[in-house]
Ligand binder design. Structure first.
Ligand SMILES: [Zn+2]
Length: 186
């Protein structure tokens, strides 16, 4: 749920944060865009990932996810992440886990985990959903290492950053891909 705090629209959990945490939240909320340079290599990696998911090839999805995240971290000038792609999403009463980000610690690299199949019907996740999850986890990484925030909150700004990356990697002109992934959506 969203409520108003002064001039700011905030998620309800904002009110439970300490003053220092609220300051981090507001900084996160104020950043609404991640600018990527046009880069044909990145677009090719997105296309490769789309093909891999459509083919349902686990090995391809893993290596294409890794290649895409490596390309994005290189371009944005932040340390690389480890990428793990696993088969069926963990699930419970709360729903299904799409992805997970674990910050690095000491010499241990940060790690992004992505799940390739839905828990319910064990079908391969739609391209759009999979890519959004990958970018969502990347945004957590950017919060710590690009924006140097002490914590990574789900703010409006956070979701706008995720959406801005998606729009740049899947331009509107590529309607065909978007339509297909919408039909595939589970
Ligand atoms: Zn998250």
């Amino acid at each position: 749920m969203i409520s108003r705090d002064g001039g700011l629209l905030v998620f309800d959990y904002y009110h439970k944060l300490t003053a220092a945490q609220q300051a981090v939240y507001r900084r996160s909320d104020a950043i609404t865009h991640v600018a990527l340079r046009r880069h044909r290599g990145l677009n090719a990696r997105v296309t490769a990932l789309h093909v891999a998911l459509q083919a349902g090839r686990y090995g391809w999805v893993a290596s294409d996810s890794r290649a895409l995240l490596t390309g994005l971290t290189e371009q944005l000038g932040v340390p690389r992440v480890r990428v793990k792609v696993l088969a069926v999403r963990p699930h419970d009463d709360w729903g299904e886990l799409h992805g997970m980000y674990e910050p690095g610690e000491g010499r241990r690299m940060a790690c992004v985990t992505l799940w390739m199949c839905t828990a319910k019907r064990q079908q391969v996740v739609a391209f759009r959903t999979f890519l959004r999850t990958l970018l969502h986890e990347l945004c957590h990484h950017l919060d710590y290492l690009l924006y140097k925030l002490d914590d990574s909150y789900h703010t409006e700004g956070f979701y706008q950053r995720e959406a801005s990356l998606f729009r740049q990697l899947v331009p509107q002109s590529d309607k065909r891909v978007m339509e297909r992934s919408r039909r595939e959506r589970i």
